[in-house]
Write a protein that binds this ligand. Structure first.
Ligand code: TYM
Length: 333
């Protein structure tokens, strides 16, 4: 069965970008594929973080996964740092990949600009560790947002390079070691920011709605979306706050309402307060069952503990299987 791998950094609560770009894809795949879904805590420490709250952040994401509908009977849940084979494989793969390629990646440049005082080796190494995450399980499909495409490209290049250098054991027999992973695209592969500029992001205040936000918070955040773009009438704008609101209506399947407000926009009769109220209700309706399930999980810590322990055992076995092969092919065994 094809393997699927995806991960979310333990850097705080999940927001709608994570949900539509990644979690929806994970949910769509868990019935059909052999899936591993991870809290990537080693990736979380490449940007400034608080060690005292890391463990809590990890657990919160596991709880978010479960509350969103990831089912440990259908998929394996992993905490990245608990499977040391990730860092072992990442180091081995780093020896076959050029530094210059990593320095050129837009994601690295963005992070450097965002944290000029925190440009560390881990940040440069990020895509290599991410490649190791997926290749450790020979993952073929990766449900992630469109922002991760450059990292997927690195993954494929590393897989190709490894296969061409070490894929065939010295006996001359055997097939290539790693598949070339492809991104699994969702309808929400790019969720725009509530500020109307760029994408929804954990690190940009005012840009996101968390899955745990209650009705009042959702209302407040949507009320702050800028709609005074100056233009009105004609086709809907492609960027800015108004565009973000319409994209969200679509993602929340408010098709009829979308058409109504689109017409209002064309006819210059649109009332944004009305649109925001409709959208607030749509968002809350989708998030309410998630939030209720979350509460029951918080009340049952031993269940969460046992799910984490089971996932770790299953993942360790799969990871070690690949590492035996890699160590042997690279000459360590
Ligand atoms: P992270 O935690 O930054 O993002 C988690 C997932 O959320 C998606 N995402 C979005 N999708 C659509 N619109 C948005 N505005 C938006 N914001 C975030 C991201 O694309 C991602 O899928 N590098 C990964 C973590 C990772 C990983 C892996 C993923 C580490 N190793 C191996 C897959 C496979 C990341 O960006 O995490």
């Amino acid at each position: 069965m094809k393997r699927v791998y995806s991960g979310i950094r333990a850097t705080g609560r999940l927001h709608l970008g994570n949900y539509f770009g990644a979690v929806k894809g994970m949910l769509a795949l868990q019935d059909t594929y052999d899936c591993i879904f991870s809290v990537v805590d080693l990736h979380a420490i490449t940007t400034p973080y608080a060690p005292s709250s890391l463990q809590n952040s990890v657990r919160e994401i596991i709880i978010d996964f479960l509350a969103a509908g990831l089912d440990p009977k259908k998929c394996h849940l992993e905490i990245q740092s608990k499977i040391p084979q990730h860092t072992e494989l990442a180091y081995l793969l780093s020896t076959i990949y050029p530094v210059s390629r990593l320095e050129d990646l837009p994601t690295y440049k963005d992070k450097k600009a965002q944290y000029p005082k925190y440009v560390n080796m881990g940040l440069l190494y990020y895509p290599v560790l991410m490649a190791a995450d997926v290749l450790l399980y020979k993952g073929e499909l990766v449900p992630v947002g469109i922002d991760q495409e450059p990292h997927l490209e690195v993954m494929r290049e590393i897989a190709r390079k490894f296969n061409s250098m070490f894929g065939h054991p010295s006996t001359g027999s055997g097939s290539s070691t790693f598949p070339e992973p492809q991104r699994f695209k969702t309808e929400g592969e790019y969720v725009p920011s509530l500020t109307g500029k760029g994408k929804m992001s954990k690190t940009v205040d005012g840009s996101y709605i968390n899955l745990t936000d209650d009705l009042a918070v959702i209302k407040k955040k949507l009320a702050a979306v800028p709609t005074d773009s100056g233009t009105i009438g004609g086709d809907l704008p492609k960027e800015g706050g108004v565009a973000s609101l319409f994209v969200m209506m679509k993602l929340f399947k408010q098709e009829n309402e979308y058409r109504k407000f689109e017409n209002d926009y064309k006819n210059k009769t649109i009332r944004y307060s009305e649109l925001k109220e409709v959208l607030t209700q749509g968002v809350y309706k989708e998030l309410k069952p998630f939030q209720e399930k979350r509460k029951t999980l918080l009340d049952n810590p031993s269940l969460v503990d046992s799910i984490i322990a089971d996932g770790q055992k299953e993942c360790m076995e799969m990871a070690e299987e690949t590492m035996k092969e890699v160590r042997q092919k690279m000459g360590f065994a």
